[in-house]
Design a protein around this ligand. Structure first.
Ligand SMILES: Nc1ncnc2c1ncn2[C@@H]1O[C@H](COP(=O)(O)OP(=O)(O)O)[C@@H](O)[C@H]1O
Ligand SMILES: [Mg+2]
Length: 230
């Protein structure tokens, strides 16, 4: 397994929001987490990325215990977190946004730009435009491309299609489909049509717990059981 999370609890102050969560991701797997707002999905991704420390349980990444490892170290070790809020540097150009990701990963700028263009070819027309002028979908595609810079091993993607127009949602699916298998992923997503098509495994999260895991393709294709968690 690339990642094994075992029985973790995570709290904000005294409020325990993740309770006894276990989840694993093997190399090349695409795993989804579904659940209602407030279930704890973002908190879970933040914890794996190193922004929050579990108060109980263990997280093993690439053979090492990482529960107390901070986000910079996790990023250097190949974990990329694509935030839910589609945060880009609005006053910088698209090229500069890519450059900022290329630098810490040690990847050359032209190779980094090529990677983003390969993921979303129309971005070539915007390289010298301010990223603040991009639509939500274009930002998301820039962020997904940027997350692939420097050979990541685990992508954590938080609600990639949330708030996007239908047309561009298709583009986001295409990108996820294109990179499936080449890098491990945990994706939080409410759009079950994507989940059913792409998932290797689905974890349902409810009130900070995981009451159901769908591992068989037969279970994953049948969205009726998953729907009760949305
Ligand atoms: N910074 C925070 N401080 C305190 N409570 C928080 C904070 N962020 C989230 N929470 C609470 O933790 C729970 C899980 O939130 P979150 O992980 O964002 O859920 P989801 O991503 O599934 O919508 C919610 O009850 C939320 O109100
Ligand atoms: Mg969230």
């Amino acid at each position: 397994m690339l990642l094994t999370v075992q029985s973790i609890n995570v709290a904000y102050g005294h409020a325990v929001v993740l309770k006894d969560i276990s989840l694993s991701v093997d190399i090349g797997e695409m795993v989804f987490v579904v659940g209602r707002n407030g279930a704890g999905k973002t908190t879970f991704l933040k914890t794996v990325a190193g922004f929050m420390k579990p108060e109980k349980g263990t997280i093993i990444y690439s053979g090492k215990q990482v529960g107390n490892t901070g986000p910079e170290r996790m990023a250097l070790d190949g974990v990329r977190y694509v935030f839910q809020d589609k945060r880009v540097f609005t006053n910088l150009t698209v090229r500069e946004n890519i450059q900022l990701a290329a630098h810490p990963s040690g990847e050359r700028l032209d190779a980094a730009i090529e990677k983003v263009v390969q993921i979303y070819p129309p971005i070539v027309n915007f390289l010298d435009s301010k990223a603040g002028g991009l639509s939500g979908g274009q930002r998301q595609l820039l962020l997904l491309g940027r997350a692939l810079i420097g050979n990541p091993r685990l992508l954590l993607i938080d609600e990639p299609t949330e708030g996007l127009a239908a047309g561009i949602i298709k583009e986001v699916f295409k990108v996820l489909e294109q990179i499936k298998g080449s890098v491990s992923m945990i994706i939080v997503e409410q759009n079950l049509s994507v989940v059913c098509r792409l998932a290797d495994r689905v974890y349902a999260m409810k009130e900070g717990r995981i009451p159901a895991v769908f591992s068989e393709q037969r279970e994953i294709q049948d969205r009726s059981r998953m729907e009760q968690y949305l």
